[in-house]
Write a protein that binds this ligand. Structure first.
Ligand code: HSE
Length: 413
């Protein structure tokens, strides 16, 4: 009998118990071993639950029990999750986690620890919720050189943007609903400021290219500044606004990585990814584009990926699954200002014609956008230019007394 310990009984932890108990017979059959969840670590008491006797408050009980072969960390955050996971790996226990922050910040170190004790450290649920993406990337697509990855990686922000576009719901109301449905992080700033998507970009980039990409190296913008006017302009242009995380290998071996809201055309496959769904496009040199789609957040979709990792860990107790990346050197991720971009820009202007004359003097051949009912401003899309050049031109525009109302990148996925 293989004993499992679950660290944390929040949204995901309770989902793991639910999936494990509901599908117990088929899970045991697939794993080929008898398994039981022996401990659940949580500071709180749950006397009304049928499995209330499994709760413990002291992690040492789990660490010191040799029967525990798999530790499932679904607490979130770094402290104490990092300490518990590192000590579990060093004690020769397999670890499964859904914790994006943990993997994005400490992935290389934890993988090295797993390597040393020859155990599995698996984290499929950390990207895309229930969508299989890390295994396909590291196994099924391993014959490819990964050219680029781009996707909608955060369910909460996609849910909010969908509500704003489809129903004209205010940002705060849409966020409150996402929290109620169990999509948002404990601190929803991590969703709306783009940090959660950034962590997922780090994990995808590290896995695809073999070196650790750290969150502080990824330029990240959230959706808090997206206004109803921006939404109207995107519609008039023929597209939608999505929070896109992307990573690309440059010819000189460095990586470009970014998280930001973006205009994407209605024709794009990513444009139809709505609500809590995530869509991740992987571009390989042999396969071309492949898109992974499904529920990117929520209790049971995330638990589905966690429990699948538990089954995989149990099936590979003797032969560790290959999943690895190394620490990276400084300068591995380039400065985003070097990379060409096209930008949607709105400025305050009494005369649109005069404003656009100044804009064209600074940025060349921009495309004017007009949105019915919006007055006293000019809007345009810049040509593709290194982003630093666009930033300098916008500073000059500000100096000419055209305040910038918003800037949103335009992508052609
Ligand atoms: N808060 C995250 C999201 C949960 O909304 O996508 C899944 O990682």
């Amino acid at each position: 009998m293989i004993a499992i310990a679950v660290l944390g009984h929040g949204t995901v932890g309770s989902g793991v118990l639910e999936v494990f108990n509901k599908n117990h017979a088929s899970i045991i059959e697939k794993a080929g071993e008898e398994m039981e969840i022996k401990y659940i670590l949580d500071r709180r008491e749950f006397p009304d639950l049928p499995y209330h006797d499994k709760f413990v408050k002291d992690f040492e009980v789990i660490l010191n029990d040799p029967d525990v072969r798999v530790v499932v960390e679904v607490m979130g955050g770094l402290d104490p999750a990092f300490d518990f996971v590192l000590r579990s790996l060093k004690a020769g226990k397999n670890v499964v986690t859904s914790n994006k922050e943990l993997v994005a910040v400490h992935g290389a170190e934890l993988l090295a620890a797993a390597h040393e004790t020859n155990v599995n450290f698996l984290f499929e649920a950390s990207v895309g919720g229930g969508i299989p993406i890390l295994r396909p990337l590291s196994q099924c697509l391993s014959a490819n050189r990964i050219v680029e990855i781009a996707g909608i990686l955060n369910g909460t922000t996609n849910f909010i943007l969908t509500k704003m576009f489809r129903e004209g719901v205010a940002f705060e109301d849409a966020l409150a609903l996402a929290q109620k449905l169990g999509y948002a992080e404990r601190n929803p700033a991590a969703d709306v400021e783009g940090d959660d998507a950034c962590r997922k970009v780090c994990i995808l980039a590290s896995l695809a290219y073999g070196r650790h990409v750290y969150p502080q190296n990824v330029h990240t913008e959230g959706i808090t500044h997206i206004s109803a006017e921006d939404v109207h302009y995107a519609e008039a242009w023929g597209g939608v606004i999505k929070l896109i995380g992307r990573v690309k290998k440059l010819d000189d071996g460095r990586l470009f990585a970014m998280v930001s809201p973006a205009f994407i055309s209605r024709e794009s496959q990513l444009a139809t990814v709505d609500d809590v769904f995530n869509g991740i496009m992987v571009r390989g040199d042999a396969i071309g584009d492949v898109v992974f789609y499904g529920r990117g957040a929520g209790k049971l979709p995330t638990a589905s990926a966690v429990v699948a990792d538990v089954i995989d860990a149990v099936k590979h107790l003797a032969a560790r699954k290959y999943i690895d990346w190394e620490p990276a050197k400084d300068g591995y991720v380039c400065d985003y200002l070097e990379v060409p971009a096209s930008m949607f820009v709105r400025v305050t202007a009494r005369s649109r014609t005069e404003a656009l004359r100044s804009v064209r003097g600074l940025l060349g051949n921009v495309t004017e956008l007009v949105c019915p009912g919006v007055e006293n401003e000019a809007a345009f899309i810049t040509p593709m230019l290194p982003e630093g050049e666009i930033v300098r031109a916008l500073q000059a525009l500000r100096a000419l007394d055209y305040p910038i109302l918003s800037t949103i990148r335009v992508l052609d996925y």
